[in-house]
Write a protein that binds this ligand. Structure first.
Ligand code: C2O
Ligand code: CU
Length: 635
C-alpha cells in the first residue's frame, strides 16, 4: 500500500517531467520559426508522457480500491489536469492519429507542451502539499498556478501578449484564497451537536478524589526537573534534562487504590515543564497538557498532581511542554501500578518484575534503567515480567531469545488468554507498553533490540550452555490475531453516537500561524485542526487513515480505545484496548471509546517531532472549557 502511494507519485512525476522535457527540447531551435534541433527526442518524450498518464490511471484505480482517502485529490484534480493538459497539447501539436511533423511545432506548440507539463505537475504537487481533503479552494489556486506558470513561460520565450490569461489566473487564485478563509471551521461534531447540556465547567475543576480508596495509602514523590550530566550506556557523559538528576526519572510505583501525589518542581528548565501521565486516564485537571489543563511550570515554580491509582499496569510519565526536546533529553520515567497485594493466603513466591524503558540517549538505544547492569542472574523457575516502555519517537522491535514467552498486557491492559510465543519479535509503538512474561529456564535468556545491546538473564546454578542469540527476520507478533476473544464493556456492533475521520498526512500548514511543511490532520496543522466535540456518555468512533510515508503512533489523552478493525480486518484475538497504536503508511484503523472522562483532551501523534510540527488536535466534551490559552502550539 505504501509502495502503491510511492509508485503513483513516481508515475505522476514522470508524466510531468516528460511533458516539460518535451517542451524544453522543442524550444531549443535556432529561431522561433525553425524546427527543433532534436525532433525525435520531442516525440519520444511525448510518447513517454502519454504512457505515464495511462500508468497513472492504473495506480489511481488501485488506490481507489483501498479507499477514497488515498485517491480523492487525484480523481478530482490530478487526473483531470493531467489529461486536460495532455489532450490540449496533443491537439495543438497535430490532429491525433496524424502526428505533427516536428517542423511545425512552433511557439504555440512549445507553450502547449509546457502547459501540459505544469498541469501534470500540479497533481503530485497537490498530493505533497495539500493532500486530503481536496477543496474548491485548493482546486482554484492550483488551476491559477498552472495558468500563471504557462503565462510566465510565454514571457520567458518572448511571447508576452497573454494579458487575459494572466488576469484570469490572478482572479482565480484570489477566489480560491477567499473561499478558504470563508469555509474554515473550528469544530467537528462527528455527526452530533455541539450544544452543551448545562453551565460550562472548567477543566481545572475536574480534579478527582484526593484521598486513597479504603485500604490504600498516599504515595508521595517529588520530581525536580533540572539540567544535569548523565552517563550513557556507551560510557559517555552527556548533558541531559532530568528529573532528580537521573534519566529516566525516578520510577513511580503504587498499588491499586493508593493516592499518587507528585510535586513537580522546575529548577532550571527554561522551556518549562509539565507531567503527563501517558496512558493513565486521570481526571482532566491532572493531565499535564500545557495551555489546556495548566500552564507550564517555569523555573522556580511547582505544581502538585494528585490522582487515585485506579488502573493497574505499565504506564509512563513525561513532560508535555516542549515535549519533543524534553522527552528526548530525558524528562520521562515509568509509572507502574500493581494490583493490591492479597492480605490473606500464602505470599507469592519470588518474582522478577522489571520495568524496561527503551530510550535513545546520545544516539545509543538503551534498554532499562541507565546504570543498571545489562546482565542479571535469575534462579531457574522464577517467573519474570518485563515491562517494556517505548519512550522514543519510532517503533522498536524486540526479540526474546532462549525461552518461550507471552505478551500478557499491552498499554496497561491484560490481554485475554495470550498464547505462548517462540521465535517471534514484538514491535512496540512509540509511547506504547508491552508486558512480556516467561519462566526463567536453566539456560540464558536474551532480550535483544534490533539495534543496541539489550538485556541478558543468566541462570544461577551450574553453568548452562548459552541459548541462541536472536536472529534477524523473525516474524513479528500481530496483536490482531493474538489471544482469544472476550466480551467488552462496549457492546459489539453498537452504532457509535459520533464518528470522526482523521486523515494523517504531510503538507503545507499554518503551524503556530506560520506557513510550514509540517504534519497535518485532515489537511490542517495544529491549531487549525477543528476540535472534535463529544458529549459525556457518547460512544465515539475514530477512523484513522495514514496517507503519508511516515508511521504515526496515535495517542488520545484520557481514554483507552478499543480496536474495531485495521484495514477492514476485525481482531480475531483478544480485545485490544490501546492508548497508543501505530498507524503505518496506508493503514486505516477503526477504534471506538466511551466518552466517560469529561474535559478537553489532546489527541495527537506520539512521534513528538510530528506533534511539534502540527499533528495535534483537541477532543472537547460539550460544556467543558479551558481557562488557559488553548491554542498553545506545543505537542
Ligand atoms: Cu505521551 Cu500527549 O503524550
Ligand atoms: Cu506522526
Amino acid at each position: 500500500m505504501s509502495g502503491l502511494l510511492t509508485l503513483d507519485l513516481v508515475v505522476a512525476v514522470l508524466a510531468a517531467g516528460a511533458w516539460l522535457g518535451a517542451g524544453a527540447t522543442a524550444a531549443m531551435a535556432p529561431g522561433p520559426a525553425d524546427p527543433p534541433r532534436r525532433p525525435w527526442l520531442v516525440m519520444a518524450l511525448v510518447a513517454l508522457a502519454v504512457l505515464a498518464a495511462a500508468g497513472r490511471v492504473v495506480t489511481v484505480v488501485l488506490l481507489l480500491r483501498v479507499g477514497w482517502w488515498f485517491a480523492a485529490e487525484k480523481v478530482i484534480l490530478g487526473l483531470p489536469l493531467l489529461f486536460g493538459g495532455g489532450i490540449a497539447a496533443l491537439v495543438l501539436l497535430g490532429t491525433p492519429g496524424r502526428p505533427a511533423r516536428p517542423a511545425r511545432i512552433g511557439p504555440r506548440g512549445v507553450l502547449a507542451l509546457f502547459g501540459a507539463g505544469y498541469a501534470a505537475a500540479a497533481g503530485p504537487v497537490v498530493t505533497l502539499l495539500g493532500g486530503y481533503p481536496v477543496t474548491w479552494s485548493v482546486g482554484l489556486v492550483t488551476v491559477a498556478l498552472v495558468i500563471g506558470a504557462t503565462v510566465a513561460t510565454a514571457r520567458v520565450l518572448g511571447r508576452s501578449r497573454l494579458r487575459a490569461p494572466a488576469v484570469a489566473a490572478f482572479t482565480t487564485a484570489l477566489l480560491g484564497v477567499a473561499l478558504a478563509v470563508v469555509t474554515t471551521s473550528t469544530v467537528d461534531t462527528g455527526g452530533g451537536t455541539a450544544d452543551r447540556l448545562g453551565p460550562t465547567t472548567m477543566v481545572t475543576d475536574l480534579r478527582g478524589p484526593d484521598t486513597p480508596a479504603p485500604g490504600g495509602v498516599v504515595r508521595r514523590f517529588t520530581l525536580t526537573a533540572r539540567t544535569a550530566t548523565v552517563d550513557t550506556a556507551g560510557g559517555r557523559r552527556v548533558s541531559a534534562w532530568t528529573f532528580n538528576g537521573q534519566v529516566p526519572g525516578p520510577a513511580i510505583t503504587a498499588n491499586q487504590g493508593d493516592l499518587i501525589e507528585v510535586t513537580l518542581v522546575n529548577a532550571d528548565i527554561s522551556a518549562g515543564v509539565t507531567l503527563h501521565w501517558h496512558g493513565y486516564d486521570v481526571p482532566a485537571a491532572q493531565d499535564g497538557a500545557p495551555g489546556l489543563t495548566q500552564d507550564a511550570v517555569q523555573p522556580g515554580q511547582r505544581f502538585v498532581y494528585r490522582f487515585r491509582a485506579d488502573q493497574t499496569g505499565t504506564y509512563w510519565y513525561h513532560t508535555h511542554e516542549a515535549s519533543d526536546t524534553g522527552v528526548k533529553l530525558g524528562l520521562f520515567g515509568s509509572l507502574v501500578v500493581s494490583p493490591r497485594p492479597a492480605t490473606t493466603g500464602a505470599p507469592s513466591g519470588e518474582e522478577l518484575d522489571l520495568t524496561v524503558p527503551l530510550h535513545t540517549v546520545a544516539g545509543v538505544l538503551t534498554a532499562g534503567e541507565h546504570g543498571a547492569p545489562a546482565d542479571r542472574t535469575v534462579a531457574p523457575g522464577t517467573p519474570v515480567r518485563l515491562r517494556l516502555i517505548n519512550t522514543d519517537d519510532v517503533p522498536r522491535v524486540l526479540e526474546l531469545a532462549g525461552t518461550p514467552f507471552r505478551v500478557v498486557a499491552v498499554d496497561g491492559t491484560d490481554l485475554h488468554s495470550p498464547g505462548e510465543l517462540r521465535r517471534t519479535g514484538v514491535r512496540v509503538p512509540a509511547g506504547g507498553r508491552y508486558d512480556l512474561a516467561f519462566t526463567m529456564p536453566a539456560t540464558t535468556v536474551h532480550l535483544g533490540l534490533s539495534t543496541g545491546d539489550g538485556l541478558t538473564f543468566v541462570p544461577t546454578g551450574p553453568a548452562a550452555p548459552p541459548a541462541a542469540m536472536p536472529t534477524e527476520g523473525r516474524p513479528l507478533l500481530d496483536l490482531l490475531s493474538y489471544g482469544t476473544p472476550a466480551a467488552t464493556a462496549i457492546e459489539a456492533g453498537r452504532r457509535a453516537d459520533r464518528r470522526f475521520t482523521l486523515v494523517l498526512d504531510r503538507g503545507l500548514g499554518l503551524a503556530g500561524g506560520r506557513p510550514s511543511y509540517g504534519y497535518t490532520v485532515n489537511g490542517r496543522a495544529f491549531p487549525q485542526v477543528p476540535t472534535e466535540v463529544v458529549r459525556a456518555g457518547d460512544l465515539v468512533e475514530f477512523t484513522i487513515v495514514n496517507r503519508s510515508r511516515d508511521i504515526h503512533p496515535w495517542h488520545l489523552h484520557g481514554h483507552h480505545v478499543l480496536v474495531l478493525a485495521r484495514d477492514g480486518r476485525e481482531p480475531t484475538g483478544s480485545p485490544l484496548w490501546l492508548d497508543t497504536f501505530d498507524v503505518r503508511p496506508g493503514e486505516v484503523w477503526r477504534v471506538v471509546f466511551r466518552a466517560d472522562n469529561p474535559g478537553v483532551w489532546m489527541n495527537h501523534c506520539h512521534n513528538l517531532a510530528h506533534a511539534d510540527q502540527g499533528m495535534v488536535l483537541h477532543l472537547a466534551y460539550a460544556g467543558y472549557a479551558t481557562p488557559f490559552h488553548g491554542g498553545h502550539g506545543n505537542g
